[in-house]
Design a protein around this ligand. Structure first.
Ligand code: ADP
Ligand code: MG
Length: 689
């Protein structure tokens, strides 16, 4: 099929569509806003709205919606019809510049973390001109979607996109300052993201028999399948026809939306897969990842499948992550590409130093940005990066930095291995060899950083917002130091600045095995934080250091940061509460009755040993379910949820108690006959045929 036949980008209001539907001047004004981030000229809004309506209706859209990303982590939309009644039996299609630029969804049902009281529930959506409008198709029609930001009446952010855009602005400013130190001016920073998406597929009929999968997106019980069923040839093996048919339909939908889905393959676990798009400008890439997740879910339905985006749908098998490949370019050149001349190398090292400094100083917030109940099951479980944030640079680049650290100063002047960044060029860094260490959460992979801790279901904007903010802060600090250097001996001065950064922050660099016990001890010695679960990690968001960081960079006010923290913590507690309840229901409503049925069967055939084993198991189950009740009860009676969680006590307690209960259930699974076990087992769920 040609690109034409694939209708690549046919459902996006892209440049081609603009040229078809808008006057030439308007196109230029709009493109100027999109590309150069110029303020939107309100005088063109009506014309653009009219064009969007014509374009959308020509593609079957009957409604429009402001598409936004509230703190729930998903996307939200409220549809309005283009058509309005205009007297007797008549309708006219209306969509004005005002409708385009601003919307007023009923915001009271979206979490705000106390920023917006319900009596002042108004929230506003405002057009994000930098992400083009697109068409969403469904079985009976289509909707024109306008990407928007979502804020309160008083202008406080209620969504994930606004801080992302603010952080991109902060990066833009900082990159410009840093580049100016090297005599480069007049350009903008382009931050890029390629988000690799992992997911599981299960048969819908089996899924419907599992309350845990239906309500929590993951299995809460389930014994490990026999080893032979975890086929090791799944990874990169040939893709089964049913799955391939699903993937092809996903890709066709994504291509219509102008989303560059590029690779598809089986992942390490059975029934696990990955979709990776080509990287794009960050804001667009984030929107596109949200659409990728939605498309995966919707298309799966049509194939009798369910797409599980949860970080850990199954115990005993690998969980799913979302590798965020992040980089920054200036005037079209990737600044994380080591480059081929002294000037480029010097810039590369300055950017690298900024990242190293940022990750060392703010590992806690970066970790917190990945924190969720689902991701807690995955991080640090010897299948995903540990909860300790460190940077992998590879031996060659680390060698370069070590030489830089050792060099300089009168005493070492004559040394042969000394690196002179103004004179020497870096040794070429082969991309592939730098990507071998899969145990690192934050790896330099030749020309970008790959952050592997984010969970598969997360909106990328959270981690990227944090990454931008902290790197921008470091760049500002470096730029200020470099700017003060005398021009005469610039390169020597630059070396001194960089050397100091690597000396002070090099402890965050670790090229070894991130899964090993030794690393946990070593990281502790180095003073790196190890935030093992969500309450611990979230507590780190609201420290003076971090309030100051986000306020200083103009990304989040202290009130906004605190509100986010409160929302995420409440979300964690809400989900944990649901999981505990579903587990109790499954144990009491299904598992225990099945055990009783098995016991009756055993009694009929006088199988004393079996009866003994199984009744012991039932007894333990009752006791552990009761213990879980008690813990839940205590939490419900407790005072302020926030204080409890910050004390780091109760969630751990509940998680641990659920684990204990699960353990007896999983043991019982082997003692009850297949025909009596009340739900599909792992071997059925994981056999994707
Ligand atoms: P992996 O070995 O982890 O599968 P790939 O080489 O396939 O990695 O690339 C992973 C992702 O990195 C892709 O989405 C790719 O587009 C993205 N990527 C490549 N270059 C950049 C860049 N400069 N900025 C951001 N992402 C990038
Ligand atoms: Mg990867």
């Amino acid at each position: 099929m040609s690109l034409e036949e694939l209708k690549y980008g046919s459902d996006v209001f892209n440049e081609q569509a603009m040229r078809e539907y808008l006057a030439k001047d308007t196109v230029e004004t709009l493109l100027h806003t999109m590309r150069d981030r110029a303020p939107l000229d309100p005088s063109i809004a009506n014309e653009v709205a009219h064009a969007l309506k014509q374009w959308g209706m020509a593609r079957g859209a009957t409604h429009f919606t402001h598409w936004f990303q509230p703190l729930t982590g998903s996307t939200a939309e409220k549809h309005d019809a283009f058509y309005e009644p205009a007297g007797m039996a008549e309708t006219i299609a209306r969509f004005s510049g005002k409708n385009l630029i601003m919307g007023e969804p009923d915001a009271s049902s979206f979490p705000s973390g106390g920023l917006r009281c319900t009596f002042e529930a108004r929230g506003y959506t405002a057009w994000d001109v930098t992400s083009p409008a697109f068409i969403k198709r469904h079985s009976n029609g289509a909707t024109l979607c306008i990407p928007t930001v979502f804020c309160s009446y008083t202008g406080e952010v209620l969504d994930k996109k606004t801080p992302l855009l603010r952080s991109m602005q902060a990066m833009d400013k900082a990159v410009q300052k840093l580049m100016a130190c090297f005599g480069e001016t007049g350009g903008h920073a382009d931050i890029t993201l390629g988000a690799e998406q992992e997911y599981f597929l299960v048969d819908k009929a089996l899924w419907a028999k599992r309350p845990d999968l239906m309500q929590c997106g993951r299995t809460l019980v389930g014994a490990p399948p026999a080893r032979s069923q975890l086929s090791e040839d799944h990874y990169f093996g040939s893709i089964k026809p049913r799955v391939l048919a699903f993937m092809e339909e996903v890709e066709q939908e994504l291509w219509r939306l102008g989303i560059p889905a590029k690779t598809r393959h089986n992942e390490t676990a059975p029934a696990q897969f990955e979709l990776a798009p080509m990287f794009e400008e960050l804001n667009l890439a984030v929107d596109h990842n949200m659409l990728i997740m939605e498309t995966l879910r919707n298309v799966a339905e049509r194939h009798g499948l369910v797409c599980l985006l949860h970080e850990k749908p199954f115990a005993w098998v690998n969980g799913s992550g979302k590798h965020n490949n992040w980089s920054v370019a200036y005037k079209g050149r990737n600044l994380l590409d080591p480059g081929s001349n002294p000037q480029e190398n010097a810039i590369f090292l300055a950017v690298l130093a900024s990242v190293v400094r940022a990750v060392d100083l703010h590992a806690d917030v970066l970790r917190a940005a990945t924190a969720s109940l689902g991701n807690d099951c995955r991080l640090g479980a010897l299948e995903a990066p540990p909860a300790i944030v460190s940077i992998f640079l590879g031996d060659e680049l680390t060698g370069v930095i070590r030489r830089l650290e050792q060099g300089g100063g009168e005493a070492t002047r004559g040394r042969a291995e000394k690196l002179r960044i103004g004179v020497d060029t870096l040794p070429p860094i082969p991309r592939d060899t730098s990507d071998r260490n899969r145990t690192s959460p934050f790896a330099f992979t030749g020309n970008k950083f790959e952050f592997r801790a984010p969970g598969s279901s997360q909106n990328c904007s959270g981690v990227c917002m944090v990454l931008n903010t902290m790197v921008a802060e470091s760049m500002e600090v470096l730029a200020a130091a470099i700017d003060k250097l005398p021009k005469r001996r610039f390169h020597e001065g630059l070396e001194r600045v960089l050397r100091a950064v690597f000396r002070d922050h090099g402890r965050v660099i670790f090229n070894g095995d991130g899964y090993s016990e030794a690393w946990v001890a070593e990281a502790k010695k180095r003073g790196l934080p190890n935030l093992r679960n969500t309450p611990e990690a979230l507590a780190c968001q609201i420290t003076d250091k971090n309030f100051e960081l986000f306020a200083k960079m103009g990304v989040l006010t202290p009130a906004e940061l605190r509100s986010r923290h409160d929302v995420f913590l409440a979300e964690y507690e809400r989900k944990l509460g649901i999981e505990a309840k579903v587990l109790q229901e499954m144990v009491r409503g299904r598992v225990i009755p099945a055990i009783e049925a098995e016991l009756r069967r055993l009694a009929e055939t006088w199988q004393a040993l079996g009866i003994l084993k199984l009744s012991k198991s039932a007894e333990a189950m009752h006791a552990r379910a009761e213990a879980l009740d008690e813990k839940l009860q205590k939490v419900a009676e407790g005072s302020d949820a926030l204080a409890r969680a910050m004390a780091g006590k109760h969630p751990d307690d509940i998680v641990a108690q659920m684990q204990r209960l699960r353990h007896v259930v999983d043991c019982a699974e082997g003692l009850v006959s297949d025909d009596l076990w009340p739900m599909p087992k792992y071997r059925e769920l994981l056999a994707m045929n």
